[in-house]
Design a protein around this ligand. Sequence first.
Ligand code: MG
Ligand code: MG
Length: 254
Amino acid sequence: MIQRKSSDQIRKMRASGVIVGDTLRMIRGLCVDGATLKDLDRAAEAFIRGRGAKPTFKGYHGFPATLCLSLNSEVVHGIPNGRKLKNGDILAIDCGATKDDWVGDAAITVMVGTVTPAVADLVEQTRLSLMAGIGAAKVGARLGDIGWAIESVIHKKGYGIVRDYCGHGVGRALHEDPQVPNYGKPDTGPRIQSGWCLALEPMVNLGGDDVHTLGDGWTVVTDDGKPSAHWEHSIAITDDGVEILTLTSDGQQP
Ligand code: MG
Ligand code: MG
């Protein structure tokens, strides 16, 4: 069942979302050559708790950390460990925060130092595909319109779209109905209603679409070993339009 949120509930989701936005911006600044993934995770947890919120992912189905940190050919759900960032890496940082029982969920992909032009373009086109999806999210439009908007940006470049994972409703729970695929056909799927809150999150590969999960049971990687990028925002769609809930406290993209 797709739950419609009231304006008061959306206000609470905005409060959680801003904590996520600020956390991601803070962590972005720590992503330098030599930083360990574990250090980034510790900093994120302290920051979220300092803002009176809880790290949503920690303990979610047993996930052991605050952030999902997915490096280079890792797509999503990477576990922070002792590995060090180095110049030329890309790191997808996925963060959830829960405050007053409401969840914010967002992700960015950070480039460490100088990355190759091909990888930089992958990162930027993935971000643009997220923005295209957000642009297609309006009351009366359909979920297929969002997927189509995302897919159109990606396919123009010939990149792979991860099909095994998708966006989702968000609210009191991290993952609510509906599922929001990063591909689709215009004018298909459920019609968007006022009060829907969705997390849109294209996962895009420099190579093919296919991915698999490593033996740790979490880390999803590309089959062909090529890099993957991930961007996400939680959004609220109402009769007033679409609002990005996971910007920073000064209204910026983290
Ligand atoms: Mg996320
Ligand atoms: Mg999500």
